[in-house]
Design a protein around this ligand. Structure first.
Ligand code: C2E
Ligand code: MG
Ligand code: MG
Length: 757
């Protein structure tokens, strides 16, 4: 403690009930009177009296002085204590008497006033501290009479200081009162208030200048919106419940908004463009730029941002977007839009705990309809299909054309797992109703695959791929609906195992050719066979090519299989010829990787040479999708095979992206009509029309035709009447081992002999 800094209070502040000095003076005065009186008394008595009085006076003086010293000492200790306490208190303090005879200013205030402990004009210090320029008694009464008296003065560096004083009387002595004034420094608080007011002004001006709306929320329930927003949206006040605000948002855009609000605690900036119903009742586009500020000190976390009316920009964007995101034919969203929106929805699903279905739809046999009914009818069907899908879009969802005849529908999931199937069935019903007037003879059907996001994939594209996977997983039947199951991949996982055992099977000669007869529809004669591969396991189980050819195709194994088929087919056919059966055409199937080998011609030539089979008895079957992979190379390769004298057949015609146009350019000798046309040919007019038209065109190009999958006589007679040259199917015989088909050859030979007789 700095004792120098302490000011000694004047004695008038001391607390006394007895004044020894005054008492001593009275005694001295009384003694003087006694002495004066004693002058007239006898000398000896006078002397004794004087001695007595003097002794009394001395005793009284000693008593008074010691009393005074004692009292004085006690009071000093009290004051020191008070001063000690107040001197270093972190608040401004003055102890003062109203006549300013006694003034004590504590260190905090002295520092503020720029005065020292021995500052002489203490009165002036008090006036300054109370902010009184012209001292007058009424000013003092204001200070004393008020609980909080606010003063403002400049400190020595010229800055304004504001203090709120609380004054109470601590002592009244005669006419003098002693007060204790305690200050509360308001300077910083005032500065903050000024800053806040300035900031507010600035904020409002900035908003007016920028003409932007602003929303802000410290909780999840209420938005405080700027006056600009109040005007834009026609709100009643600047405080709006978050649900009321949400109700102004276009139903299709609410999910975006929910996503932004829900992820408000993340520090990144969220930009969303959504439609809000504006004051005039119309929806306008508003760009919302949201950000969160986490709490600091006493402030609450803030979430908010600028809202700008971007309707005009949006209208321009719409034109650009139309070009980028709208499908020209159907006028619904295209694949680009689907991918962008789909990913946005996917992200929202993750944040908001929603789920959405993606349904991928395919119009069954659309390419055929397109080829036979013409492009305008094709487009009519696509447009109407899109229109039907659009009717099933729920808020926040989307209908899009992915490509060709592939469409997608995004639907919000409400926990009903039957919803996709039910929706697809309704779409199928609506679609079938389109088959009227010119399209009356066509059966319009579609198939679908669906999956759910976010659970069915790590991104929107993956979820969509899975829906497409489900769509393709059906066996080609029309009107199929299939939901994605993760177990669908099991078959792929199992493939590696299968590949290993297939490699072993080839080593162990477990592969064998079966033969299916091909019949001349005019004569009923077996004119050829198709060699179809089988895997016969040691236990006698027969595995069909669909189960292992695709796996072989994705590995080097297909090369080995094809080599075997080519050589074995030639060898067997030559053998039959040697056995004396009438010569027939042996058809073999080629996979894509076989066909695109540059030395294919050499390999075929070698097989023919090795077996000594004349080339006209060998036919190579190619699928149209295989030929279309590289049409120029395919044509060259086919021409090279034709040079050898080998026949060429177009297999499964009508299942791929075929177009009758290819018949003009591919050097084929036989067209195989796919089984899917033959199944319905008796009842489905369009199938018959297609088949008849294809046969006519093929004939005009001198291409022979064969129908696959004939199972009954009705189909046989229709095909015969349509001018189809050959037939193949269970009606004549399933694929069978060589010794079995030889029995058919025998019957064939016997029948020919019989008819000749
Ligand atoms: P594909 O070349 O179109 O062969 C015709 C398929 O239709 C055969 O199936 C045959 O059994 C079946 N089929 C024939 N008539 C009828 C019928 O009346 N009704 C029904 N329901 N089906 C009939 P398979 O033998 O199972 O062969 C399936 C596919 O496997 C073949 O279709 C072909 O693409 C492929 N494949 C068969 N063998 C080979 C081969 O050696 N090499 C290659 N690369 N592929 C082969
Ligand atoms: Mg075939
Ligand atoms: Mg076929």
């Amino acid at each position: 403690m700095n004792n120098k800094a302490q000011q000694k209070p004047r004695s008038n502040s001391r607390t006394r009930s007895f004044n020894p000095l005054a008492a001593a003076l009275i005694i001295v005065a009384a003694s003087a009177v006694v002495i004066g009186y004693c002058i007239n008394v006898p000398e000896n008595a006078r002397m004794a009296l004087i001695i007595y009085v003097c002794t009394m006076v001395c005793a009284t003086l000693i008593l008074a002085i010691s009393g005074w010293i004692y009292k004085n000492k006690k009071t000093s200790v009290d004051e020191k204590d008070i001063i000690k306490i107040t001197e270093n208190l972190n608040t401004e303090m003055i102890i003062w008497s109203d006549d300013f005879e006694y003034v004590y200013i504590n260190k905090k205030l002295r520092d503020l006033l720029g005065i020292t402990a021995d500052y002489s004009d203490k009165k002036e210090g008090v006036w300054t501290a109370f902010g009184i320029n012209t001292p007058d008694p009424t000013a003092l009464s204001k200070i004393v009479g008020s609980n909080s008296y606010e003063s403002t003065f400049r400190n020595p560096s010229g800055a304004f200081v504001s203090i709120a004083w609380s004054t109470s009387q601590v002592k009244k002595y005669k006419k003098r009162s002693v007060y204790l004034s305690t200050g509360f420094n308001l300077t910083e608080l005032k500065k903050m208030r000024v800053n806040l007011a300035n900031a507010n002004d600035f904020f409002h001006s900035a908003m007016e200048l920028a003409e932007i709306g602003l929303v802000m929320s410290t909780d999840k329930k209420v938005f405080r919106v700027s006056p600009e927003m109040v005007n834009m949206l026609g709100l009643k006040s600047g405080t709006v419940n978050i649900n009321e605000y949400r109700a102004l948002i276009h139903p299709n855009d609410r999910i975006q908004f929910d996503g932004a609000v829900r992820s408000r605690d993340a520090s990144d900036i969220k930009n969303i463009e959504i439609r809000l119903r504006s004051a005039d009742g119309n929806y306008r586009w508003f760009s919302h730029r949201f950000k969160s500020i986490t709490s600091t000190g006493n402030s609450l976390p803030l979430f908010g941002g600028a809202v700008i009316d971007v309707t005009e920009e949006h209208e321009k964007d719409i034109l650009i977007e139309r070009l980028a995101y709208i499908d020209e034919v159907t006028e619904i969203a295209n694949r680009n839009k689907l991918v962008v929106t789909g990913q946005e929805i996917y992200d929202s699903c993750k944040v908001l705990d929603y789920s959405f279905w993606i349904i991928v739809l395919d119009i069954d046999r659309f390419h055929i309809i397109n080829d036979t009914c013409g492009y305008s009818n094709g487009n009519y069907i696509l447009k109407n299909f899109a229109h039907i899908l659009y009717k099933f879009v729920t808020p926040g969802g989307l209908a899009a054309r992915i490509s060709g005849d592939n469409f997608a529908l995004l639907l919000r999931d409400y926990g009903d797992d039957e919803m996709p199937t039910r929706t697809v069935k309704s779409i199928q019903d609506e679609f079938a109703k389109l088959a009227v007037d010119e399209l009356a003879s066509i059966s319009l059907t579609c198939s679908a695959g669906f999956s759910k996001m976010p659970e069915d994939g790590r991104s929107f594209l993956e979820v969509m791929e899975h829906a497409e996977f489900a769509l393709k997983s059906n066996d080609g039947t029309q009107s199929s609906i299939c939901g994605y199951e993760p177990s669908m991949h099991d078959s792929i996982i199992g493939d590696t195992e299968l590949e290993k055992s297939l490699a072993l099977a080839i080593e162990n000669n477990e592969l064998q050719l079966y033969y299916q007869p091909k019949i001349d529809l005019n004569t009923g004669r077996i004119m050829g066979v198709e060699a179809l591969i089988r895997w016969i396991k040691p236990d006698g189980t027969v595995i069909s090519p669909d189960a292992f050819v695709p796996i072989a195709e994705s590995s080097h194994l297909i090369g080995k299989i094809s080599e075997f088929v080519l050589n074995e087919g030639c060898r067997q056919n030559k053998l039959w010829q040697k056995m004396g059966y009438p010569p027939i055409v042996m058809s073999i199937n080629f996979a894509s990787s076989d066909f695109y080998q540059t030395d294919l011609k050499d390999k075929v030539y070698e097989a023919l040479a090795r077996s000594a089979l004349p080339p006209q008895w060998l036919e190579v079957e190619l699928t149209e999708s295989l030929a279309l992979k590289d049409i120029d190379f395919a044509i060259d390769q086919m021409n090279r095979l034709r040079e050898l004298g080998v026949k060429l057949a177009m297999d499964d015609f009508g299942t791929g992206y075929s177009s009758l146009r290819y018949l003009q350019i591919l050097p084929i000798t036989l067209l195989k009509l796919d089984r899917s046309f033959i199944i319905d040919i008796e009842h489905d007019n369009i199938s018959f029309e297609i088949v008849a038209a294809v046969i006519r065109i093929a004939k005009s190009k001198k291409i022979e035709t064969i129908a696959e999958g004939i199972e009954n006589k009705g189909q046989q007679s229709i095909l015969r009447s349509a001018g189809c040259d050959y037939g193949q199917g269970y009606l004549y015989g399933k694929p069978m081992p060589p010794e079995k088909i030889q029995e058919l050859f025998e019957q064939n030979v016997r029948r020919e002999i019989d008819t000749k007789r």
